[in-house]
Design a binder for this molecule. Structure first.
Ligand code: 16G
Ligand code: ZN
Length: 538
């Protein structure tokens, strides 16, 4: 039976604020840190129940607010999300359970919701509960983790503290723990295991190549600085990383005028790198939990150029397609790409000329699931979150394949090393960064040559505050509105007046706003189209 007494007494120490409604969304629970205490306690319980439901397999819990800023005030954000046993996002039906549990107004109401979940989800409470958890560097983290631990305690779960680490490393742990000792072991379930796996694969992939010039890494003053320092040690001379924005203990520094989200949204170099990045040199930015990556460089005239998730997708997808071809596995291994509506039209065109491309709704779970339908599925969001998934049959095919020429044999070895280099559980800035470096070194590309694969269409993103964003409903992977009535045809009329015009409107899943995206052949036109569509929405 449910340990009602221990849940109740601990729940009384983590009361739910009566005036707040919580929602498990695309980023888990995310809101102002000092309102999240009861949520974290309850997430501890949910994780334990989810583990019991899955026969004691280990569930992950990550405490982070990713790229959100951390102002030194009471309004700083934090968040929490659950990771399923294969290292993937929580199953959608449990997002609904998590929302219901987080909103039970009292401890008694909480017990009732939990009892009914145990019934409907057929949870065998006699099964063990295993959890692994971690947090990013936010100052609000320790108190929230303490509340989470009370939730584990209430349920008698066995919980392993992975300390302060990146979101993708936590996902890696979950998969490594759940595959330990099996034929499909994902790696040793330790940080050493993770860094060893990545750095060994990297070294194999660049063996014999001229070492790349040093890479500047903007760590967003977050946990990526700690992981980056570690990675540096494992890479040795194979790749020289110069870590910047590593002030993980300076209040308010996290994601402030630096990091992947800053670079992507402002399309600017972080001011802190102004005297560091030299013309011609490559740099990249991680976000606050190191699951997003954006590259950039300065051209000879010192002008800033950004290489976002779309450019990364173009670079790496074309590379994989080439390797598969050289290996002689074209007929057996189908490579495909998944994007969202935010992908630059020029990237979609470039990719579609080379391989199948699918567009899905925003959010990692949609991209991940669509990518699983290919033998090798590449997915990247324009914001820099993405990875590559190799299906198990494909991994088996690579292992069993008998190449007939040295070139085929090398290509197959590279593909196998890529399956080890790439964190296949979730987007991983450090793993993706090594992947990009591999391709650049194989192609002998500098930033400018990579950038010239295609030319981005000018684009503009705007956000509009509206009385009720839920009034905006979309279809066709969020590219068209079905409500409010008549709005889509007005947008169509506007779009038709702009050369190369494209625009769409969707409600944000993480902020109380509606987002407007527009692109067009010319900068001024993209800006104007975005403004006029925003005018229609308002
Ligand atoms: C979340 C999503 C991210 C998406 C973003 C969109 C995950 C893990 N993260 O951060 O993929 O791009 O939301 O935010 O799914 P929006 O709905 O506010 O535009
Ligand atoms: Zn992130």
């Amino acid at each position: 039976a449910l340990p009602v007494e221990s849940i109740k007494s601990l729940s009384d120490q983590h009361p739910k604020p009566s005036d707040l409604h919580f929602q498990y969304g695309t980023a888990g629970f995310r809101t102002i840190a000092n309102t999240l205490d009861s949520v974290l306690f309850r997430v501890g319980i949910i994780a334990a129940l989810r583990s019991k439901r899955l026969d004691g397999r280990t569930i992950g819990v990550m405490v982070t607010a990713s790229h959100n800023p951390e102002p030194a005030s009471s309004y700083d954000d934090n968040g929490v999300k659950l990771v399923d046993p294969r290292g993937e996002m929580l199953e959608a039906s449990w997002e609904v359970h998590a929302t219901a549990i987080s909103n039970a107004p009292t401890s008694d109401a909480l017990i009732e919701v939990l009892q009914s979940l145990v019934q409907t989800a057929k949870i065998d409470l006699s099964k063990p509960a295993n959890v692994v958890y971690a947090r990013d560097t936010r100052p609000s983290g320790p108190a929230l983790v303490a509340a989470l631990e009370d939730g584990f305690k209430a349920m008698g779960a066995t919980a392993r503290d992975a300390g302060v680490t990146t979101t993708p490393i936590l996902h890696y742990f979950v998969k490594a723990i759940n595959t330990k000792g099996t034929k499909y072991s994902y790696g040793d379930d330790s940080e050493e295991g993770y860094f060893q796996k990545l750095s060994n694969a990297y070294k194999k992939l660049v063996a014999g190549k001229t070492p790349q010039p040093p890479l500047i890494v903007d760590c967003a003053n977050g946990v990526g600085a700690l992981a980056g320092e570690n990675l540096k040690g494992y890479l040795g001379d194979a790749l020289q990383l110069i870590l910047e924005n590593t002030s993980t203990t300076t209040p308010g520094a996290l994601n402030n005028a630096c990091g992947a989200d800053y670079v992507k949204t402002s399309q600017k170099l972080p001011p802190s790198l102004a005297n560091i990045l030299q013309p011609g040199q490559r740099g990249c930015s991680l976000d606050g939990d190191a699951d997003r990556l954006i590259y950039f460089y300065l051209d000879d005239r010192g002008v800033f150029h950004m290489l976002d998730g779309d450019k990364i997708a173009a670079l790496v997808a074309a590379f994989i397609v080439e390797l598969v071809k050289v290996a002689g596995l074209e007929d057996q291994i189908k490579v495909g790409v998944v994007q969202t509506a935010y992908a630059n039209g020029a990237s979609t065109k470039y990719l579609a000329e080379r391989l199948p491309v699918k567009c899905v709704s925003t959010g990692v779970k949609h991209l991940h699931h669509a990518a699983e339908r290919y033998n090798v599925g590449v997915y990247f969001e324009a914001n820099g979150h993405g990875t590559v998934l190799f299906s198990q049959p494909t991994i088996d095919t690579l292992a069993e394949y008998q190449p007939s020429t040295p070139a085929q044999s090398r290509a197959v070895e590279h593909l196998v090393s890529l399956t080890e280099l790439i964190n296949q559980t979730v987007g991983d800035a450090l793993s993706d960064m090594l992947f990009v470096e591999v391709v650049l070194s194989h192609k002998s590309y500098n930033g400018e040559e990579w950038d010239s694969l295609y030319v981005d269409l000018p684009n503009r993103l705007a956000k509009v505050s509206v009385p009720n964003r839920n009034a905006f409903k979309t279809e066709d992977a969020e590219r068209r509105l079905v409500s409010p009535d008549g709005l889509q045809s007005k947008i169509d009329d506007l779009v038709n007046r702009y050369q190369g015009g494209r625009s769409f409107v969707r409600p944000s899943g993480t902020e109380d706003v509606v987002r407007v995206y527009a692109e067009a052949a010319l900068r001024a036109q993209a800006d104007e189209l975005a403004m006029r569509v925003a005018g229609l929405v308002y």
